[in-house]
Design a protein around this ligand. Structure first.
Ligand SMILES: Nc1ncnc2c1ncn2[C@@H]1O[C@H](COP(=O)(O)OP(=O)(O)OP(=O)(O)O)[C@@H](O)[C@H]1O
Ligand SMILES: [Mg+2]
Length: 250
């Protein structure tokens, strides 16, 4: 049986009178691309914030790799292997592609490799930065300033910076947002490459992209899970069609 890397139990987040995440119990299996879809305001980003530790839940539990992490702050979860990207791009525009990846690799160093000799550390950092740059397909742009990259390349770089910290679980919030068709195609290919060696939780509105990469789809509406299953099951679900997918162009 597949092994669960991430499990939430009855996870909830309340903002005053609003229940943004409502009693969500989710199991993410190792190696899966687990997509979370749902209309605007469904609670997808809030759920990701709970998983990454950016926000504390109002109720419920989160286990990662068998360990309870519900009350661990974001940097401690990052150290355990949870990497996340943001709905808005989060890179240093005045640094080059390589420097951005290097910063990601150094962030990992601070937390876990302080016992290694400086020279070896430096090699490790460079290798991780190179590997991450290669994975996201930006090696040819290594000397370009991040600010000079296209929107699509900036999203690739953001994922590269995260990969340089060597996370095992990637939390991606709308990586295709604002992308051209070509950029989306490249991002779909990147997500498929990342599947080897990573588990992904992916929030995305682009349904073609979702159905192209998802192993499992969880549908959220009004903070709660409406349905969770294989892409075919979700596509056929009457409840999902009624509540969300609705028309042909969804
Ligand atoms: N920090 C906050 N304080 C108060 N309300 C919030 C906060 N963050 C989110 N909300 C509310 O919680 C609900 C869920 O928001 P969230 O951003 O998680 O939705 P989403 O599914 O990511 O939507 P979108 O698809 O538009 O990104 C919304 O009603 C939002 O206004
Ligand atoms: Mg969101």
């Amino acid at each position: 049986m597949a092994e669960a890397v991430l499990v939430t139990e009855s996870l909830s987040k309340r903002f005053g009178g609003l229940v943004a995440v409502n009693d969500v119990s989710l199991t993410v299996q190792t190696g899966d691309v687990h997509c979370v879809i749902g209309p605007n305001g469904a609670g997808k980003t809030t759920l990701l914030n709970l998983l990454s530790g950016a926000l504390p839940p109002t109720a419920g539990q989160i286990r990662f790799g068998g360990q309870e992490v519900t009350s661990l702050p974001a940097h401690r979860r990052a150290r355990l292997g949870i990497g996340r990207s943001f709905q808005r791009t989060n890179i240093f525009p005045e640094f080059t592609v390589y420097e951005n990846c290097r910063l990601g690799a150094q962030a990992k160093l601070r937390s876990s490799m302080h016992f290694v000799r400086p020279a070896e550390r430096d090699v490790g950092v460079r290798e991780r930065a190179e590997r991450a740059m290669e994975l996201v397909g930006l090696t040819g742009r290594r000397q370009a300033l991040a600010s000079a990259l296209s929107h699509g390349e900036q999203r690739q770089l953001e994922i590269g910076v995260m990969l340089a910290t060597e996370p095992s679980l990637l939390l991606l919030d709308e990586p295709m947002a604002g992308m051209s068709a070509d950029e989306t195609t490249r991002m779909v290919a990147l997500i498929r490459r990342l599947k080897a060696g990573h588990t992904l939780v992916l929030i995305e509105h682009d349904m073609d992209a979702v159905f192209a990469v998802a192993d499992i789809i969880t549908v959220m509406v009004n903070g709660a899970v409406l349905a969770s299953g294989k892409p075919d099951e979700i596509r056929r679900s009457q409840a999902v069609q009624d509540a969300y997918l609705g028309s042909d162009d969804a």
